[in-house]
Design a protein around this ligand. Structure first.
Ligand code: ADP
Length: 756
């Protein structure tokens, strides 16, 4: 490197250059040397450095420049335009002023040229002849100020970008106060891009608030004025009716107290406010609705805290307003129920599942009432669990009824189990649903067994078909029925029962199940069997001697009549009639035992029906002096039946008609042919049969009791046997009667019957 940047001797050179100068000149040199502005003088066309002060050396890096042309002394300035200006000043004599001119100067021998800013003046220098022979360079280094300003500008630019890139409104306002220092308006100094969108104010910069919005509410001035005066930042939300907007504002003072400037960072929250208002209104609507329904409604949050309870809760419980919130509502729950209820709620909250729980709740009067509390999970639109919502309903009355019912049921159960009769319930298919102890005992099984049993499983197979038919009919007709049947016990003992079967219906009248009341009649059945056996044997044994007596009677009567002993003969005749009655009785007894044993044989044949009626009538007429048998017979028909048994039925009708009409003098026997059957009737004008007893006269041993009836002899077997015969022949038997006026007994028989 040349000596260009060797330590400068400038100061000495200046002093030495002017050593011969006057005092004033020396002062000038001092001033020149020490001046804060840089100064140098250039001479000649090549602008050779003649003088340079300390500040100039500082500017150019203390180089050895004196006596050197500019381009040699400061080679880096070539092409920076300065030499051209210098040439121009020399040529024109006009000074050149440069302001904040950028110049790159090499400050040290090793460094790169540095950017430097200078304010300078090129002033022409003249000799005594007023010719321009040099230039005074005079200026100041303003690099620091320019760079600082640029930096500020840069950071300002950054802030501007920042403010313009945020989605919130931003502005700087300057408060305007009146004479009494009251804030009355403000001026917009700066606004960001979204300001217009957030406020609706167009091109506000430079304008005042009242210019833009003449009726703007004064509270804005007051609030911002306060921030400007106190310097305390403020965050608030407020609305402007004039602007029809709501804002969330942060206001802070900028630029110190005296600046009266306030920066506002704000957001238009009009839509949000509207949404909130809507929400509040809809919540209010829900609350009002919830308060009017007659049940308690509650809401809990995600962790199970009660966040809402409607009016009804406070009206029905002992709690004061808001006391139910969080877990307060548990305080009104019966202490014995709290644990269970709490657990139920916790589980439902944890699992997001619906639930229902019954517990006691303390009412206003302090008493505890039963309620049912049911809840369901609620989820937001994205399916996130929000908590539970539910209702509480008073079920106290129902609960008390249930308890009473339960008690009654227990009593009833005890009663049913202690009953002397067997009681069972079965569904319509016969499956047992309940049996009492006695029923199990009768059937000889364990109670638990019945849950898997059907009524068919224990029925005797002989009874099964008949039993099923009766059940079917009962379901169809809705009537109860009684059946005597045999059960098969596991111990192989047969048990006879009399079952009264009735149907249990629902409230619509539909049959639901069967109720069976069962009485063990095995003993009675055994006695009946013994009795039947006895009757069978007795009547059989009686038949032979009675037949002999009858034969002897008739022989004797004949003998006495031949001898002319008419009186004795007549008495023997009467005796014969009594023997006939005895024969009938024995015959009836025998028939009954046969019917019971299923051994009553029918010998069927074709015969003329009217002929039979005539025969029987004649025979009966012979036995009575009191009654005339009047016959009203229709055309004759031949039927296929047991002739003798049919005669037995007609005989039974006629003898009864005579027997039960002692005051009358006739009976009427009629026959009719109707479609495919013949009908016979025997009418009398006797005591008649009361309405309620007319059906029963066909039952075994049934006799109508009554003052007069008791005087008539009989066993109550004739109609039972007749009924059995007619039914087995495929016919029907019935009676029409008026008590005190007389009766008509009927039977019908099919004309054509396919022979068995
Ligand atoms: P018995 O006449 O032997 O008692 P039945 O079986 O023939 O038995 O009759 C049954 C009952 O019916 C009688 O006891 C009587 O009370 C009543 N009865 C039958 N026929 C008549 C009738 N013609 N008039 C009134 N009651 C009658």
């Amino acid at each position: 490197m040349p000596n260009q940047f060797k330590k400068s001797q400038t100061q000495t050179s200046i002093s030495s250059t002017y050593t011969s100068s006057s005092k004033n000149e020396i002062d000038f040199i001092g001033v020149f040397e020490q001046a804060p502005a840089f100064m140098a003088t250039l001479r000649g066309k090549n602008h050779v450095f003649e003088l340079a002060n300390k500040a100039y050396f500082q500017l150019v890096g203390h180089r050895d420049i004196i006596g050197k042309p500019v381009l040699e002394a400061l080679p880096e300035v070539e092409n920076q335009g300065f030499t051209e200006f210098l040439d121009d000043v020399l040529k024109t004599g006009k000074p050149y002023i440069g302001t904040e001119v950028e110049i790159f100067l090499q400050k040290t021998s090793t460094s790169q040229p540095e950017k430097t800013y200078v304010n300078f003046i090129y002033q022409p220098l003249r000799n005594e002849s007023d010719e321009i022979n040099g230039i005074l360079v005079h200026g100041i280094d303003v690099t620091e100020q320019v760079l600082a300003r640029e930096k500020i500008k840069e950071s300002e630019e950054e802030y501007r970008i920042l403010f313009n890139s945020i989605d919130q409104g931003f502005c700087i306002i300057e408060m305007i106060f009146d004479k009494k220092n009251k804030p009355v308006d403000y001026k917009f100094l700066e606004v960001n891009k979204v300001f217009e969108e957030q406020t609706g104010l167009v091109n506000p910069t430079g304008k005042t608030a009242l210019e833009l919005l003449p009726n703007l509410e004064s509270h804005w001035f007051e609030t911002y004025g306060q921030v400007a005066l106190t310097g305390k930042p403020l965050r608030f939300m407020n609305g402007s009716d004039v602007m029809k907007r709501w804002f969330d504002v942060f206001a802070t003072q900028v630029g110190g107290k005296k600046s009266r400037k306030v920066a506002l960072l704000f957001r238009d929250i009009t839509a949000q406010r509207a949404r909130e208002k809507e929400l509040i209104e809809s919540e209010e609507y829900f609350r009002q609705m919830a308060d009017t329904v007659p049940i308690v409604i509650w809401i809990t949050d995600v962790i199970g805290n009660c966040t809402y309870m409607n009016k009804q809760w406070y009206e029905h419980t002992c709690q004061k307003k808001k006391a139910a919130l969080k877990s307060g509502w548990l305080d009104a729950t019966h202490p014995d129920d709290v644990l269970h209820v709490k657990k139920t709620f916790q589980t439902a909250t944890k699992n997001h599942k619906p639930f229902s729980v019954e517990y006691r709740l303390q009412a206003k009067d302090g008493s505890y009432r039963w309620v049912i509390d049911s809840g369901s999970p609620k989820f937001d639109n994205d399916g996130n669990f929000e908590g539970l919502i539910g209702t509480v309903i008073d079920i106290h009355a129902r609960k008390l009824t249930e308890e009473a019912l339960q008690k009654n049921e227990l009593h009833l159960h005890a009663m049913i189990n202690q009953a002397m009769v067997g009681i069972a319930q079965a569904d319509l298919n016969g499956k047992y649903t309940f049996v009492n102890d006695r029923y199990a005992e009768i059937v000889g099984r364990d109670k638990a067994e019945f849950l898997n049993l059907n009524k068919r499983d224990i029925a005797h197979r002989d009874d099964l078909q008949h039993n099923l038919e009766l059940i079917k009919k009962s379901i169809e007709d809705g009537t109860d029925f009684v059946i005597e049947k045999c059960h098969v016990r596991p111990d192989k003992k047969d048990v006879w029962v009399s079952n009264h079967v009735s149907l249990i219906r629902d409230r619509f009248g539909k049959s639901q199940s069967m109720l069976v009341v069962s009485v063990d009649i095995t003993d009675r059945k055994n006695l009946e069997e013994q009795k039947d056996n006895f009757l069978g044997i007795a009547s059989h044994e009686l038949k032979t001697p009675v037949t002999s007596i009858k034969a002897y009677c008739q022989v004797l009567e004949m003998m006495f009549r031949k001898r002319g002993d008419i009186k004795a003969a007549d008495q023997l005749k009467k005796m014969d009639l009594q023997v006939d009655k005895l024969t009938y009785l024995i015959g009836d007894l025998l028939d009954v035992t046969k019917i019971q044993a299923g051994k009553l044989q029918l010998v069927e044949e074709y015969f003329d029906f009217n002929e039979l009626v005539n025969e029987v009538s004649e025979e009966i007429q012979r036995t009575t002096d009191t009654h005339k048998i009047i016959k009203k017979l229709s055309i004759s028909k031949s039927i296929f039946c047991d002739r003798e048994r049919t005669a037995q039925v007609i005989t039974n009708f006629m003898t009864n008609a005579i027997k039960y009409s002692p005051e009358a003098d006739k009976i009427i026997v009629s026959t009719k042919v109707k479609k495919s059957e013949v009908i016979l009737s025997v009418q009398d004008f006797g005591v008649g049969i009361p309405k309620g007893k007319q059906d029963k006269v066909f039952l075994q041993f049934f006799r109508v009791s009554g003052s007069k009836q008791d005087t008539f002899p009989g066993l109550g077997l004739g109609l039972f046997i007749s009924s059995d015969i007619i039914k087995r022949e495929g016919g029907k038997i019935w009676v029409e009667s008026d008590e005190g006026k007389g009766s008509t007994f009927y039977f019908s028989l099919p004309i054509k019957k396919i022979p068995n």
